[in-house]
Design a binder for this molecule. Structure first.
Ligand SMILES: NC(=O)c1ccc[n+]([C@@H]2O[C@H](COP(=O)([O-])OP(=O)(O)OC[C@H]3O[C@@H](n4cnc5c(N)ncnc54)[C@H](OP(=O)(O)O)[C@@H]3O)[C@@H](O)[C@H]2O)c1
Length: 221
């Protein structure tokens, strides 16, 4: 039985991953923002903790909540969408909201969690997107794209800091969740099954790279 930490597990992909790892018999620590979600996750069998990645005080409380744990697999799933097209300047508030959750939160969570993953020789996957790639960039959702491209760099630049852990950016595909919408080509079950299989096959050589849910190693530039 492995210990799996899932940050952002109230719904969508985080909830799907939580259910999948619980079904496989693993111990799962899952974080949510609301007390009602905490009770729901506990009823599923997860150890639910409350963390808002956009609140630095909440993030700094994560370390003591995880004190002494060795984490085989950590997943930073929390993320927010923005549909602003290229050329439409974000307001400071829009920029801060997206970049805080998708980038700053990850940069503040990493130093708390990566040492615990390194202690287990484990994997830390941070949910990115194919929309982060420079070579296939389109004008839609530029703030979101910028945030996920920055997240890829968070992963790539911090790998050497925690050599005992393997850090990867993980693209779940375009998935039928609240963020992905009902018209997305992948069901939650398809994306989750692919990610679980891909994560089981991660090796240290993947450190710092972007992986797709189907196991493809993506060229992000
Ligand atoms: N769906 C797709 O097609 C797709 C494609 C590529 C990448 N992704 C990425 O995959 C991840 C999950 O996406 P999803 O489709 O499951 O999105 P979703 O259905 O919109 O769920 C977003 C999750 O992030 C949590 N969250 C948001 N802000 C947070 C914060 N400040 N602190 C803690 N948790 C926070 C939400 O919690 P609350 O319930 O409390 O709001 C929720 O659990 C995201 O990083 C997203 O960018 C998704």
């Amino acid at each position: 039985m492995a210990l799996v930490l899932i940050i952002g597990a109230s719904r969508g992909i985080g909830l799907g991953l939580t259910q999948a790892y619980l079904d496989a018999g693993h111990r799962v620590i899952a974080t949510v923002r609301q007390a009602a979600d905490q009770q729901r996750l506990q009823a599923l069998g997860a150890e639910a903790r409350v963390v808002d990645v956009a609140n630095p005080a909440s993030v700094s409380g994560l370390a003591w909540q995880l004190d002494g744990e060795e984490i085989d697999l950590a997943l930073y799933v929390a993320g927010v969408w923005s549909d602003l097209d290229a050329g439409t300047p974000p307001t400071q508030q829009q920029f801060d909201q997206v970049m805080h959750t998708n980038v700053l939160g990850a940069m503040q969570v990493l130093p708390q969690v990566a040492p615990l993953v390194a202690a287990a020789g484990g994997v830390f996957a941070l949910l990115s997107s194919e929309m982060s790639c420079l070579g296939t960039a389109e004008p839609d959702a530029w703030l979101y794209r910028v945030s996920k491209a920055a997240l890829n760099m968070v992963v790539a630049s911090s790998q050497a800091q925690w050599p005992g852990a393997t850090l990867v950016a993980l693209d779940p595909g375009w998935v039928q969740t609240e963020m992905g919408g009902a018209g997305a080509p992948l069901t939650l079950a398809q994306s989750v099954a692919g990610m679980v299989q891909t994560l089981a096959g991660v090796t240290p050589a993947d450190g710092g790279r972007l992986l797709r849910y189907d196991g493809t190693r993506v060229q992000a530039d």
